[in-house]
Write a protein that binds this ligand. Structure first.
Ligand SMILES: [Zn+2]
Length: 134
């Protein structure tokens, strides 16, 4: 929580609650940047007290302040996918002879990341939370 953050400071107001509900409902289908842009556009128009609120402030709230489990799990899942993609891209190496080889450690790590992703997907209760609105 941050005193300078509108969504933290006005945590119990109806607008902040609606904003948090929007974040929770859309965490499984929107990026943090997309949610911040939508909320900034809405809050600056609909809430006169939202002085100084902008996309950057909302993004910090979403990515750093909120500990909502639905949001944190969706961020964790997105990060695991980014890590997975990066590992997959860097898995092949070209040796001094020009032969392509596979980095066994990266393959091992990639498979561990896939296991973590599958663990999250297999938890039915979490899926109900994450993808309830999608
Ligand atoms: Zn905040």
């Amino acid at each position: 929580m941050s005193d300078g953050c509108f969504l933290c400071r006005f945590n119990n107001t109806s607008h902040a609650k609606l904003a948090q509900a929007f974040i929770t409902d859309n965490a499984g289908c929107m990026t943090t940047h997309e949610m911040a842009a939508d909320l900034a556009a809405d809050l600056t128009v609909s809430v006169p007290d939202a002085v100084g609120i902008d996309r950057a402030m909302i993004l910090i709230h979403i990515e750093e302040h909120s500990l909502n489990p639905n949001l944190r799990l969706s961020l964790m899942l997105r990060n695991l996918f980014k890590l997975s993609d990066s590992l997959l891209l860097n898995m092949n190496k070209v040796d001094e002879s020009g032969n392509t080889t596979v980095d066994a450690k990266l393959v091992e790590t990639y498979l561990k990341v896939q296991t973590q992703i599958m663990t999250i997907y297999k938890q039915n209760e979490l899926n109900k939370l994450l993808f309830a609105g999608t």
